[in-house]
Write a protein that binds this ligand. Structure first.
Ligand code: ST9
Ligand code: ZN
Ligand code: ZN
Length: 323
């Protein structure tokens, strides 16, 4: 076999160590160290949470996880990547603040990668190509240089809508200042000054644990929800209906449906709020008129697609635990 071309598996070329170097997909050791520290610090945060941290700090950490998640799910994902609904500027301001707390790169970069992920799903042009295994699609893709196909195909992705949004452009321009302030500095200061928490507990619980937990939940959509769960809408693709991920990721685990109908603002067939907090959030803002033009898919279109590519008995679509 010609090692320089890599090994072909499920129609995807897996990169061998030799051609990873040729493609300059070198490991980025700075990221390995940073993510290593982050995860060790988060584990220490768990220990402190059950020993010395105040309960208010843990509640604050959970709240920050949920608020920042909304900035990803309702903001970067459903609004800015997929344009599944429209939002008036006050809602866009709220979402960009929540999104900056999440620190998953600025919206422009997140959406550019995500649009590629949908268009070239599970090929080398997909930034977190799940055919390269659980670890790569979960976090490994952030620990090495991007595959050249990402840059090449990425040039063809239309990003004009986001460049025209002044709120997205503002975040992009000032991200180096806004992100550390909202993701790290303020969440550490607030528990200390508002309820007398120690600096150590505040840093490890409210900041390190909260951030690392949110990242891992998001990454599960790329790893677990591309591997485990039912495929009632399209049995020929890997993305799956994974209830565990849906629960943790505020409704983003209905991933088989989402890859088939990415423009649906619910990112799921059904609007069950318990397993889709993001839909509840968008519906609330639609009620007060700040969210509008919510796009969805008719039951007839879903049924026809299921008949063509899905599986029988798709009534149980939302009952898969993804195990
Ligand atoms: C993080 C992101 O964690 C997580 C995203 C997850 C997505 C999930 C999606 C799932 C569905 C939604 C569900 C949400 C659920 C949420 C639940 C919440 C509970 N197109 O990147 P560079 C070009 S981030 C076109 O440096 P390297 C471009 O010219 C964590 N062109 O490449 C670019 O320059 P510029 C925090 C592209 O050197 C240039 O290449 N962040 C594209 O290979 C260089 O780009 C970090 O830790 C493209 N797509 O480095 C940072 N991409 O940008 C980690 C690149 O100026 N990242 N170009 O235009 C890095 O350090 C680096 O990106 C790298 C690659 C080392 C990974
Ligand atoms: Zn996906
Ligand atoms: Zn998507």
């Amino acid at each position: 076999m010609d090692e320089s071309k890599g090994i072909t598996h499920n129609g995807t070329t897996l990169l061998t160590r030799q051609n990873r170097k040729q493609h300059n997909q070198a490991i980025v050791w700075r990221n390995v160290m940073l993510f290593g520290y982050l995860h060790l610090a988060a584990l220490y945060g768990v220990l402190l949470m059950f020993t010395s941290a105040k309960i208010a700090t843990t509640i604050f950490a959970i709240l920050m996880y949920q608020v920042s998640s909304i900035g990803i799910t309702a903001g970067a994902h459903r609004l800015w990547s997929h344009r599944a609904y429209k939002a008036k500027w006050p809602l866009r301001v709220i979402l960009i603040i929540f999104n900056t707390i999440a620190f998953q790169n600025h919206v422009y970069e997140w959406a550019r990668d995500h649009r590629l992920h949908h268009k070239y799903s599970e090929t080398n042009a997909d930034p977190h190509n799940a055919n390269r295994g659980f670890f790569f699609s979960h976090v490994g893709w952030l620990l090495c240089r991007k595959h050249p196909d990402i840059m090449e195909k990425g040039r063809g992705i239309d990003m004009a809508d986001l460049l025209a949004d002044p709120i997205v452009s503002f975040q992009k321009k000032y991200y180096k200042f806004l992100m550390p302030l909202l993701c790290f500095i303020l969440p550490t200061i607030i528990p200390v000054y508002c309820w007398g928490e120690s600096w150590v507990n505040s840093w490890f619980v409210a900041t390190m644990f909260r951030y690392t937990f949110s990242l891992n939940v998001t990454w599960l959509v790329n790893s677990a929800a591309h591997m485990w769960g039912g495929r009632p809408y399209d049995r020929f693709i890997n993305p799956s209906e994974n209830i565990t991920v849906a629960l943790l990721a505020l409704g983003e685990g209905w991933h088989n449906y989402h890859h088939v109908f990415p423009w649906d603002y619910k990112a799921a067939e059904l609007g069950d709020y318990k397993l889709n907090m993001t839909t509840a959030f968008i519906d609330f803002f639609a009620k007060i008129g700040w969210a509008y033009d919510l796009k969805t898919v008719s039951a007839d279109t879903v049924r026809k697609r299921v008949e063509r590519t899905g599986i029988n008995g798709h009534g149980d679509t939302q009952s898969s635990w993804g195990w």
